[in-house]
Design a protein around this ligand. Sequence first.
Ligand code: GDP
Ligand code: MG
Length: 163
Amino acid sequence: KLPQVIIIGRPNVGKSTLWNRLVGKKLALVDDQPGVTRDRRFGEAHLLGLDFTIVDTAGWEDEDENTLPGRMRQQTEAALVGADVALFVIDARAGLTPLDEEIARHLRQCDVPIVLVANKAEGKTGDHGIYEAFSLGLGDPVPLSAEHGQGMADLFEALLPHL
Ligand code: GDP
Ligand code: MG
C-alpha cells in the first residue's frame, strides 16, 4: 500500500493544479473505496522516484463564506485520517488570508506532519507571500509553481523524511 499525501488549503490556491501535476498523464483514478466522497480525489503520484497516493480535497468551493471555516474543518479532519503527511498550500501571490490562518491554527493541533507549500511562486511576485508563510509556525515554506512545474525537487526533499 502506497503512503498517502493529502493536499489541504483554501479554495483557489492551486490544490487541483498540484494534484494534476503530481499525477501527470496517468490519470487513473483510484476512487473505488467505499465511503469516499466526491469531495476527495485520489490519484497515484510520481515525484522523482517517490510513489504515493495523492488526495485532492475540495467540495467547499461553492460554500457560503460564513460556513466555510466550519465545513473546512470538518472536511480537513475527515481527510487527515489515514494520511501520512499533509501538504498545506497557500497562494504566495495573494499572501496569507484569515482563512489560511484558521486552517493553520487547526493543522498545528493535528498529529499528521505538515509540509507548507507556497504555490504560485514563479517569478518574484510571490516573494512576500513566502516570507509571510514563515509566520504560520508550520516550518519553512516550500516555494512552488504547480502550474509551471517549478520547485518539485524541493517538494521531494520536504516529503522524503515523512514517506
Ligand atoms: P484549488 O481551488 O486550490 O484547487 O485551485 P486550482 O488548482 O483550481 O487553481 C486555481 C487557479 O490558480 C487557477 O486559475 C490556476 O490556473 C491557478 N494556479 C494554480 N497553480 C498556479 C501557479 O503555480 N502559478 C500561478 N500563477 N497560478 C496558478
Ligand atoms: Mg480544486
